[in-house]
Design a protein around this ligand. Structure first.
Ligand SMILES: Cc1cc2nc3c(=O)[nH]c(=O)nc-3n(C[C@H](O)[C@H](O)[C@H](O)COP(=O)(O)OP(=O)(O)OC[C@H]3O[C@@H](n4cnc5c(N)ncnc54)[C@H](O)[C@@H]3O)c2cc1C
Length: 434
């Protein structure tokens, strides 16, 4: 089957959804293709991985998101090939779609940098399926340790990568272990190691944030190992490049990402840094004025040869901007260079602990104020996919302030984000690779 609509969007993450919504607001025909029938909100993945939220609470069906946008058609299918010259793509069943514009918003995948054993044995944290797999794995280990089938050290975990993902999951895991130990689930907390090649945690942040994150994590029992690389990952241990090894059954990979495979393999697209598409300032691909690449799939230039980081607000804003440029071109006007409204960078390190560097001059804040900044930015991101953002705000304040030890709902039901009672609002999450 071959179909032609106005705009074809590959990817229903923050970037693709923002683009399709904006076009749908103007009544433009859009076909949005995603292999999942739901959008997944990555900033809350580690809450799913540590059993503080069920997977359904951070995923929303695309058909519900576009309920009020009749000109946006959602196709659930895997895209096997991009046709940049023909403004189209091929689906796994061989069907081809093309349009007047093609928007590439396929996001990223974990990048293992060729570390032997990492792809086979490490747990990435990029999708809700990844988060659920990790949660089940740790739950099984907790049960086995509680039943004395395995020794206490079976709960030792190695996190690779000291960026926001690694720091956030390490913070959540140390709290989880302490809480499990305090409620007598396990004799004492598993050790949490955090490995990074760099000499500071949260490398992209300021010195003050490096120190804050380091102190907060070590105060809670985490064991950062800096200036250290991972040489190999095995089912029962991690080998480090200083010649030592850490016995572990759980390696969590927050060590990097590269563009989705279908983007890296696209004929006619020369992959740039991280396999991403180097775009022009107006977000189009050089030589293809009707092809846009946005979000995590793109290297979006700023100045002095630098590109924007892979962040939710970059994805959302670039999606909206690409849509606005498509509307401009349809009206016979020239496309405009993307202007990013920088919200700053932030990381939530645990309950009552966050760092944020906000505004043009990267004003540094930490603690509850930083958490409030985190909340504001993430509520804004979620507003693109949910109408009841107050439900998120009330969950988040409760999460931030609650005494974790009293509320480890490891086997019971976690405290939910009360999005909706509507069954149609619940996604069907398959645990295949997604
Ligand atoms: C663990 C984690 C925590 C994060 N925390 C934060 C945070 O706190 N704050 C922040 O600002 N950012 C955070 N980020 C980054 C942020 O989530 C991303 O920058 C943003 O979600 C990227 O959006 P996107 O739309 O470009 O890609 P994605 O959200 O990855 O969407 C891409 C979509 O394309 C689909 N797709 C890919 N290939 C195919 C194919 N071949 N066929 C069909 N469909 C396909 C995928 O299924 C997916 O739905 C975090 C990221 C991770 C992984």
């Amino acid at each position: 089957m071959t179909g032609q609509r106005d705009v074809v969007v590959l990817g229903g993450g923050l970037a693709g959804v923002a683009c399709a919504r904006r076009l749908g607001d103007e009544g433009i025909g859009v076909t949005l293709v995603d292999r999942n029938d739901y959008h997944q909100f990555q900033p809350l993945l580690y809450q799913v991985a540590t059993a503080q939220l069920p997977a359904e609470d951070i995923a929303r069906p695309h058909r519900v998101i576009f309920r009020d946008h009749p000109t946006v058609e959602v196709r659930t299918a895997r895209v096997t090939e991009l046709d940049v010259a023909g403004l189209g793509l091929t689906l796994a069943d061989g069907a081809k779609l093309s349009g007047s514009h093609l928007v590439i918003a396929a996001g990223a995948q974990p990048e293992f940098f060729g570390v032997p054993g990492a792809a086979e044995h490490a747990f990435p944290l990029y999708s809700v399926a990844d988060a659920v797999r990790l949660r089940r794995h740790v739950q099984d280990l907790v049960r086995a340790v509680a039943d004395k089938e395995l020794g206490q050290d079976a709960l030792d975990i190695v996190v690779v990568g000291g960026g926001p993902t690694g720091v956030e999951i390490t913070g959540a895991l140390t709290e989880l272990m302490a809480a499990l130990a305090s409620t007598d689930h396990i004799p004492h907390a598993g050790r949490i190691f955090l490995i990074d090649r760099g000499s500071a945690l949260l490398g992209a942040f300021s010195h003050r944030s490096h120190e804050y994150a380091h102190k907060r994590l070590t105060d809670h029992g985490a064991e950062p190992r800096l200036d250290t690389g991972v040489a190999a990952v095995h089912a029962d241990r991690v080998e480090l490049d200083d010649g030592t090894a850490i016995p572990t059954r759980t390696v969590i990979w927050g060590g990097g990402e590269s563009a989705a495979p279908v983007v890296q393999a696209a004929p006619g697209l020369e992959p740039g840094r991280g396999g991403r598409v180097d775009v022009l300032p107006d977000l189009t691909v050089k030589g293809h004025p009707d092809v846009y690449a946005i979000g995590d799939a793109a290297n979006i230039p700023v100045r002095h040869g630098k590109t924007l980081p892979q962040l939710g607000s970059v994805a959302q804003q670039s999606g909206e901007w690409a849509a606005a440029n498509i509307l401009r071109r349809r009206a016979g006007q020239p496309a405009k260079p993307f202007h990013y409204k920088d919200k700053g960078i932030m990381a939530m390190i645990g309950r009552n602990a966050a760092v944020a560097e906000v505004g043009k001059h990267r004003h540094q804040i930490d603690g509850p104020l930083a958490f409030a900044a985190w909340l504001g930015v993430h509520a804004m991101l979620l507003s693109g996919v949910h109408s009841k953002v107050d439900a998120f705000l009330s969950w988040a304040w409760d999460y931030f302030e609650r005494d974790h030890a009293a509320t480890v709902e490891w086997s019971a039901r976690p405290h939910r984000i009360v999005w909706s009672d509507d069954d149609a609002d619940h996604p069907h999450i398959s645990l295949g690779r997604s």
